[in-house]
Design a protein around this ligand. Sequence first.
Ligand SMILES: *[C@@H]1O[C@H](CO)[C@@H](O)[C@H](O)[C@H]1NC(C)=O
Ligand SMILES: *[C@@H]1O[C@H](CO)[C@@H](O)[C@H](O)[C@H]1NC(C)=O
Length: 309
Amino acid sequence: MSSLVYFVFLLAVVKASRNTLHEKSEVDAEKPKLAATIMLPRNVTIPGVIAFGDSIVDSGNNNNLRTILKCNFPPYGQDFGGKFATGRFSDGRVPSDFVAERLGIAKTIPAYLDPALKGKDLLKGINFASGGSGYDPLTAKIVRVVSLEDQLKYFEEYKGKIKAIVGEEKANYMVENSLYLVVASSNDLAHTYIARSLRYNSTEYPDYLADMTSKFVKKLYGLGARRIAVFSAVPVGCLPSRRTLNGVKRKCSENLNKMALQFNAKLSPELVALRKKSPGSKIVFVEVYDILHNMIENPKKYDMKCDIL
Ligand SMILES: *[C@@H]1O[C@H](CO)[C@@H](O)[C@H](O)[C@H]1NC(C)=O
Ligand SMILES: *[C@@H]1O[C@H](CO)[C@@H](O)[C@H](O)[C@H]1NC(C)=O
């Protein structure tokens, strides 16, 4: 994916956090300037960005796992400052990095499993995402990456570590006020569904995934997170591999896209309900499907070349 696609993710998050935080922030989400910082209201501080999920946000965790799903070799990273492959499934940075930059926190958010991390590297947020992971526990198991359940375990460990560094009060502040990004479902829908199709049909499986997502968010809230942005499914039927499998014309798989939309339709109201039930929470559903689908259908409009899709 190009960095432009990531930029769209970013805009979606920025817009959602503006709508949801209910405060008059001077966000200029329309202006395509990556380096611009969002002006938050004076009484609102976001000390860190904490990411969970799959390859859309993994910033190098898989480098340290025994899995074949790694991106720590060229051409990955060709647009990353210093031009080296960090393990991000990207030519540059990932959405969690862009969000952190726009919030004025840091240019990149490090991978939790990076053995070179020092204590101070943990204080602007952290990234637990693992390429190939998903809401269905089977998804991470098949490709031997970190499941979302285990990402939560690492989060608990992380909380202990920051407490040891800055003390309980500051650590609690950090946990409560950081922005959490949750990005998954692509691998479940595009890969694991096939293995699950004896048990679930194409409407039941996205429903099951949406329930798993709500459960995940509930647990995350239970561990102290409050500002949680959960990304919608993307048009998975348009992933290059899915288009190749869909015949010589390489059209998007409508069946898979339908499942992604079903997931979004189920998840969105579930998150509204969860937010109402969870005092002090700002849980938001970040809709990215439509804009990504539009970009795929009208690449020229977005100044993108067709050959990258
Ligand atoms: C910031 O101040 C506004 C206006 O006084 C208030 O409505 C809002 O709840 C405050 N936000 C936080 C996070 O304290
Ligand atoms: C899946 O199964 C449910 C209940 O068994 C049924 O209502 C639904 O229509 C089925 N969906 C599809 C796409 O066959």
